[in-house]
Design a protein around this ligand. Structure first.
Ligand SMILES: C[S@@+](CC[C@H](N)C(=O)[O-])C[C@H]1O[C@@H](n2cnc3c(N)ncnc32)[C@H](O)[C@@H]1O
Ligand SMILES: [Zn+2]
Length: 319
């Protein structure tokens, strides 16, 4: 964990900062002496007592998500999220430089429900590089990943060792100070609107990713996935309205070619994964090849086409 990322955190018991690194201690220890061990994989559990009653994703569901995302099917979404993060950071950087002499403190991204950290990894890799040309100079960027699932955070901490990966319940007061973050990312994860407003710096942004109706419709029924019913943007805007206003919104349609393991993974990684049995699903989908086209390459697996459909909504704080 980068020191500057840990600097964004506050002790959940007393609200004081952590002294990190503390020689001889493999833990985050606050100024009052409250101590939280750093797990072998590099994440920290700041959650004491019980989190929200929540059926955590199983290790198999997390593994399926990791395999599917690592295959790159949602790279277009990650690229677009990264582009938006760069745009928002450079906007914030610009107004800060106009206000002050432009002292360069790092920008802070909070990834709410970071999961296995896959999107955050793509975002951090991209900020400062490809997008710099497009949006101008980027500040140094650090990140905090919050998630209630230890299974997911084990992977996130390995994938993003520089990030402060923290076990936390998003429905609680977040272990971050007021006016700390520049961007909050919420990629298919719960939204604690009041807390997001508190931790964001003035001028900060929330970037929300949601699935659209028709998301993977071609395979949803066969794969036993829950259908995305309606476009919930109106409800989203209403839920955010006390603190945020929608400043940008776009739909992203991603054509996919999926083989059988991909379809099994994408079904298992979603909410239906709690009820689906992987072997049964594989059997059920074995007729998939009947409906599929053969990929041009010799000996390639049969593939089926499907369209991923996402909405990217950008919210700014109500002044
Ligand atoms: C659908 S996954 C998305 C993960 C990641 N953003 C991605 O897109 O790969 C939702 C994530 O939210 C987390 N989550 C659900 N409820 C939560 C809560 N109350 N507090 C923290 N994390 C929560 C889950 O553990 C899970 O990792
Ligand atoms: Zn403390």
């Amino acid at each position: 964990m980068e020191i500057v990322a840990v600097n964004a955190l506050l002790c959940p018991h007393c609200g004081r900062s952590f002294i990190y690194p503390l020689p001889g201690a493999n833990a985050l220890v606050c100024a009052d002496g409250h101590s939280f061990d750093i797990a072998r994989q590099g994440y920290v559990n700041l959650l004491t007592g019980h989190g929200t009653k929540f059926i955590s994703d199983t290790a198999d569901m997390v593994a399926a998500r990791d395999a599917f995302l690592d295959a790159g099917h949602y790279s277009a979404l990650a690229n677009e999220v990264a582009r938006q993060v760069s745009k928002q950071l450079s906007r914030a950087q610009l107004s800060k430089a106009q206000l002050s002499a432009g002292e360069s403190e790092p920008a802070v991204i909070v990834d709410a429900g970071t999961g296995t950290g896959w999107y955050l990894h793509q975002v951090l890799a991209s900020v400062n590089t490809e997008t710099e040309e497009q949006f101008g100079e980027m500040p140094n960027v650090v990140a905090v990943g919050l998630d209630i699932s230890k299974f997911a955070l084990r992977r996130a901490a390995r994938r993003n060792p520089q990030v402060a990966n923290i076990v936390w319940d998003l429905w609680r007061e977040l272990p971050l100070g007021t006016d700390t973050a520049d961007v909050v990312l919420v990629i298919f994860a719960p939204r604690n609107v009041r807390e997001f407003a508190r931790i964001l710096k003035p001028g900060g942004t929330v970037i929300v990713i949601t699935p659209l109706p028709g998301h993977l419709a071609e395979i949803a029924q066969d794969a036993g996935m829950l259908a995305i019913q309606d476009d919930k943007e109106v409800a989203l805007v209403q839920a955010m309205a006390e603190h945020f206003v929608l400043i940008d919104s776009q739909e992203l349609l991603v054509p996919l070619l999926l083989d059988l393991p991909d379809v099994v993974n994408v079904a298992l990684m979603g909410p239906a994964g709690h009820h689906l049995d992987a072997d049964e699903l594989r059997k059920r989908l074995s007729n998939l090849s009947a409906q599929t086209k053969r990929h041009a390459e010799k000996n390639a697996q049969p593939q089926t086409s499907a369209t991923a459909a996402f909405r990217i909504s950008i919210f700014a704080q109500v002044p």
